[in-house]
Design a protein around this ligand. Structure first.
Ligand code: PBG
Length: 325
């Protein structure tokens, strides 16, 4: 019997042969490392549900940045964890708020580091929602105004990228206009364009103390069952002037990442969220999986799906592993 088939294994025969034909690579430049800045002094709190992730106070930020920079990481994402909250989330747009002060500190010592500011209200509101509420409703347009104020105060503090995550309609248009009016036309917007109402954010809400005090976020974040809606969301943000498009979470939504990548020509960002981190960590701590190999495989999969950049709590680990390779 004569068989006619292709010998795919020819290109897998040795490590060097595999390296020759490898299609996707991880680079330390691909990663953005999230940091939680908590109000107070001398605080380095490990987040219970996220081993290896810490809330740190401003006075501990410099040492943290020294480590981040020494690992070769070029970009960070800042979240604030204030002690006092109010209905309108005033800490978010205070000129001396946590993210603003952290930004000044980082840019003062490491001007070349890219500071991405998360622009949202949920960590600062007493009710834990991402906007202004009336009864149990999160109001769209009044929230936009506060978001703009937040973005402008972050830009004034020196943030390099504004990353709005609250999922109000029109936030990119509003923030773009607000930034331009204040002379920040060169500051890009990294829109959390496609953000699902996901249970994978659970551990983050411990880290950022941002659990909604009533209801959930389903009236503003997206239904996990939807795909076309993701394209509509991304399309709006592109038209409104976004410079980056984010898909969040990552792992359960890689099909959406590929769709967004195929439809739009902006850099695509994945947020490899807290729940994705905690699942891997928990299994690794139990000795059930090889953490390094699983993380590298997972992140490579994200790049293959179409991500240009990845926001991940694993960034420091990956930077270390990439150095060892
Ligand atoms: C704020 C925000 C959230 C995350 C990033 N920005 C939480 C949420 O929307 O509830 C989640 C990130 C993560 O889970 O790692 N709106």
């Amino acid at each position: 019997m004569e068989l006619n088939f292709h010998r795919h294994r020819r290109l897998r025969s040795t490590e060097n042969m595999r390296a020759l034909v490898r299609e996707n690579h991880l680079r330390v430049e691909d990663f953005i490392y999230p940091l939680f800045i908590i109000e107070g002094e001398n605080i380095v709190n490990e987040v219970k549900s996220m081993p290896g992730v810490f809330q740190i106070s401003l006075d501990k930020l410099e040492a943290e940045m020294d480590e981040i920079v020494s690992l070769g990481i070029k970009s960070i994402l800042l979240f604030g964890v204030p002690l006092e909250k109010d209905e309108l989330g005033q800490g978010a747009y205070h000129n001396h708020g946590l993210v603003q002060e952290a930004t000044r500190l980082v840019k003062g010592k490491y001007p070349e580091i890219i500071v991405v500011a998360d622009t949202c209200l949920c960590e600062y509101t007493s009710h834990g929602h991402c906007g202004v509420i009336e009864g149990e409703k999160v109001l769209n347009d009044p929230s936009l105004q506060l978001l703009v104020q937040t973005a402008v105060s972050q830009a004034k503090a020196g943030a390099d990228i504004i990353a709005p995550s609250n999922m109000m309609d029109g936030f990119v248009a509003a923030i773009r206009k607000g930034l331009d009016e204040e002379g920040f036309e060169d500051i890009p917007i990294m829109s959390y364009a496609v953000k699902y109402a996901s249970s994978f954010y659970g551990p983050f809400r411990d880290a950022a103390d941002s659990t909604p005090q009533f209801g959930d976020r389903k009236a503003y974040q997206m239904d996990p069952a939807n795909r076309l809606e993701a394209l509509r969301e991304a399309e709006s943000d592109v038209m409104e002037g976004a410079d980056f498009l984010m898909v969040k979470p990552g792992l359960p939504y890689l099909d959406i990442v590929r769709d967004v990548k195929n439809h739009f020509n902006l850099p695509i960002v994945i947020y490899n969220v807290s729940g994705e981190y905690s699942m891997v960590k928990a299994a690794a701590l139990n000795g059930w999986i090889d953490e390094q190999k699983v993380v590298m495989e997972m992140l490579t999969g994200m790049k293959r799906a179409g991500a240009d950049l990845i926001i991940t709590y694993f960034a420091k680990d990956v930077a270390r592993w990439l150095k060892e390779y």
